[in-house]
Ligand binder design. Structure first.
Ligand code: AMP
Length: 224
């Protein structure tokens, strides 16, 4: 395994991006950059920006592109992501975000791969309605697969909660926005020759093995 990768993870809400992003980031020794986790931390800080973000997030709406792009660009300028790469989780979600990311990465050699986790809508609905998440580190659980100690995160000891945007209305809105704004990015990355599609149904470790195989195959093709 060659450490370092510049990877974006695509897939519907509930496709398992968060779970796979953590595993992939550890495997390739790169930071896991989740815009959702960064925004939730800003909301918890109680700052004026956090208050504004909370309004969009609770309703299942997208945060405006200009705000998201500024946050991601600042993060990508840090040493770890500049030198080793990253796993981007939850970004890009719109065409302007994807175009801006291409522009930012151009001097760094560009993106290696856009990995799409394919999961049918009925399965993501079932996952999202029973999902519980750590309010500190973002680790995901399910009412049928809770943490070992009552609603205390196995990873960091944080409180495991029902996310404010995992309500039926907000879930429906987020999935509709995915279809409208984010799904078209599959075509964008396919045209650039960067798209890898991986079946996201199954045990997390099996999905992870498929993902690593697809990423390594794509990097091998790009190298020769
Ligand atoms: P997530 O944890 O990725 O589902 O993100 C939670 C919420 O944060 C989303 O429903 C949006 O309100 C906001 N958000 C996260 N990433 C983005 C993005 N790239 N563009 C716009 N809004 C975002």
């Amino acid at each position: 395994m060659i450490p370092g990768v510049r990877l974006v993870l695509l897939g519907k809400q509930g496709a398992g991006k968060g779970t796979q992003a953590v595993k992939l980031a550890k495997h390739y020794v790169v930071p896991h950059i989740s815009t959702g986790d960064m925004f939730r931390a800003t909301v918890r800080s109680g700052s004026p920006l956090g208050e504004k973000l909370g309004y969009f997030m609770e309703a299942g709406e997208l945060v405006p592109d200009a705000v998201v792009i500024e946050v991601v660009e600042t993060r990508l300028r840090e040493d770890d992501s500049r030198t080793r790469g990253f796993v981007l989780d939850g970004f890009p979600r719109t065409r302007p975000q994807a175009e801006e990311l291409q522009a930012v990465l151009e001097p760094l050699g560009g993106l290696d791969v856009a990995l799409d986790l394919e999961v049918p809508t009925d399965i993501v609905m079932a996952r999202l309605s029973g999902r519980r998440a750590c309010s500190q580190c973002g680790a995901n659980y399910h009412v049928e697969a809770p943490p070992q100690v009552e609603w205390t995160c196995d990873v960091c000891g944080g409180e495991v909660v029902h996310r404010a945007d995992d309500t039926p209305d907000a879930i429906a809105r987020r999935l509709a926005l995915y279809e409208q704004e984010t799904e078209p990015l599959l075509g964008f990355y396919r045209e650039l020759g960067l798209l890898c599609v991986v079946e996201g149904v199954g045990l997390p470790n099996d999905v992870f093995s498929r993902a690593v195989e697809a990423v390594d195959a794509r990097r091998e093709r790009a190298r020769v």
